[in-house]
Every structure is written in C-alpha cells, then in structure tokens.
Design a protein around this ligand. Structure first.
Ligand SMILES: Cc1cc2nc3c(=O)[nH]c(=O)nc-3n(C[C@H](O)[C@H](O)[C@H](O)COP(=O)(O)OP(=O)(O)OC[C@H]3O[C@@H](n4cnc5c(N)ncnc54)[C@H](O)[C@@H]3O)c2cc1C
Length: 259
C-alpha cells in the first residue's frame, strides 16, 4: 500500500500573518511549518501502510524557497520520502494551478491512495482535494473519518452533519481526511534524526511537464480583489445579580429564542 499524503507548509499560525499590499496574498517567507491539519493525513497514511504490512508514505508539497521544515516534521513522524515542487515561476498560482502542480507530482509516485486534509489552515478554500481527483481521473471522497482498505477498494465513513455515510470506491482514490480522526504521533528523537537523511526530491515546473503559462500569476483565474478585517467581537453583557440574576438570564435566553 503506497500512500501519497499532500502536506501544505504554512507560516506559523501562532505568529503574525502578513498580506502583500498589492496582491492581497499571504506573505509566505521565512520558516514554514507543517499545517497541523495535514498531520492527521500523515498519521492515517502511516497506519494504513502499517496495516497493509508493506508499502510506504510519500509526501507531496508545493512551497516557495525550497522550504522543507514542515516536510521534515512529517518525515520524522515516519513518512519515507518527499516530493517538493518549488519554483519562482509558481508565485501567484491560484487553487486550480496548485492542484495541477500537485496532481503532476503525485502521478510520479504512482500511489494506491492519496490523502489530503479537508482544508488548509492558511487558505482553506477546501477545493484542492476534488480538483486533484478530477485532474487524475480518480474517485474523490471528502470528509473521511474512517478509512478501511479491502482488496482493490477503499471503504470510507464520510462525516455528515447528521452522522456519517459509508462510501466504497475503487483504488486509487483521493480522500480528504477530517481533523481529529486519528491521534498524530509525536516525532521521536530517533525519527527526527532519521528524517534528516530521508530523500526530498525537489522539482521545478518544467520537470513536471506542465506548461509554465498554466501556473503562476499568468495562469491564475482567481484574483483576490479586496480583503476586509473580520469584525471585532462585541463586548459581552454583564448581568449583575441582585437576587434576580437568574430571571435576567432567562429573559435574555427567551429574547434570543434559545428557550
Ligand atoms: C490569485 C491567487 C494568487 C496566489 N498566489 C500564491 C502565491 O504566490 N504563493 C502561495 O503560496 N499561495 C498563493 N495563493 C494561495 C494558493 O493558491 C492556495 O493556498 C492554494 O491554492 C491552496 O489552496 P488552499 O490552501 O485553499 O487549499 P485547500 O483546498 O483548503 O487545501 C486542502 C488540502 O489540500 C492540500 N494542499 C493544499 N495546498 C497544498 C500545497 N501547496 N502543497 C501540498 N498540499 C496542499 C493539503 O492537504 C490541504 O490541507 C494564491 C491564491 C490566489 C487566489
């Protein structure tokens, strides 16, 4: 069972995010980290390969400046290798362009299964998984919470608002994995040391046979036209309890139709 896990390397969400003033895009410079959302896919990929009794997990990432910090974290968890696509010509690439690059890189690994998160922490369009599946001509299952391989098929419990659906599709397939479905392992010291020597195959757009004009700013069909700060949270209402505090709370809950 060879599994590809797409991992996005993102600016640390605990830090201050900066937007480019003219393009309104997130400034991705300096050290990038493994998107926590993708640690669930990495863990699930490792578990599926272990259960199958063979095979390995290959990471695929597109990131600027030959960034590998986030990849090294996932390699330390146990992934065997990584494919990184990093090319100045990719600056300004929109979601579909990103999916084209990732799909071409995934093809090289000839996987049985492709895992992604349902959405990234810094972009969260949630469109990449289905776009990759469409480009590769594979079935796509989103919001996967439990994944079981049976022969040439994969059975997925797919999270819905009411519960879950059971879906079976033939392999290879692209599954997006919801956060919290598995407990991502902490990289051990041995794993961190081993990760330093694991292969990271760095590719340019031309290595993937992609027409350069289909990606980057020139190939982008999306444009961020404006960015508006989120509305600041309004101050809460303080209820002073002069003996009728409970009555005030009940009246408030009735007013907002909670009771
Ligand atoms: C006009 C425009 C210009 C842009 N320019 C840039 C730019 O110059 N540089 C830049 O970095 N971004 C740029 N972006 C953002 C970039 O297009 C998105 O971050 C990217 O398309 C992924 O979208 P998302 O994060 O919403 O993915 P989602 O669909 O929310 O991601 C779902 C999952 O797909 C996988 N995934 C997504 N992206 C990657 C990735 N890069 N590598 C590996 N796995 C991935 C992960 O598993 C992720 O959790 C631009 C966007 C627009 C609209």
């Amino acid at each position: 069972m060879n599994v590809v896990v797409c991992v996005k390397q993102i600016p640390d969400p605990a830090g201050t995010m900066k937007l480019d003033q003219s393009s309104h895009n997130l400034v991705r410079e300096g050290k990038l980290i493994l998107d926590e959302s993708d640690s669930y896919g990495v863990e699930m990929g490792l578990q599926l390969a272990e259960q199958a009794g063979g095979g390995e997990v290959t990471l695929v990432s597109m990131a600027p400046n030959s960034e590998t910090s986030g990849l090294r974290t996932a390699l330390a968890m146990g992934a065997a290798r990584a494919i990184l696509v990093s090319d100045p010509g990719l600056a300004g690439t929109d979601a579909l362009g990103t999916a084209k690059v990732l799909a071409a890189a995934i093809k090289r690994a000839e996987p049985d299964l492709i895992l992604t998160a349902t959405e990234s922490t810094d972009g969260y369009t949630g469109t990449i998984p289905a776009q990759i599946a469409e480009l590769l001509g594979m079935p796509s299952v989103t919001f996967s919470k439990k994944v079981t391989i049976s022969g040439d098929n994969v059975t997925v419990e797919r999270q819905t608002e009411e519960g879950y659906e059971e879906v079976e599709v033939p392999l290879p397939a692209v599954l997006s994995v919801t956060a919290g479905v598995v407990e991502p392992r902490y990289p051990s010291f041995k794993g961190i040391m081993a990760a330093k020597g694991k292969p990271v195959d760095e590719l340019k757009v031309t290595d993937l046979g992609i027409d350069g004009s289909a990606v980057g700013a020139s190939g982008a069909r999306q444009e961020v036209t404006a960015v508006t700060p989120a509305e600041a949270r309004k101050a809460g209402e303080i209820v002073t309890d002069d003996g009728d505090g409970f009555q005030q709370i009940i009246s408030y809950l009735e007013r907002i139709k909670v009771i």
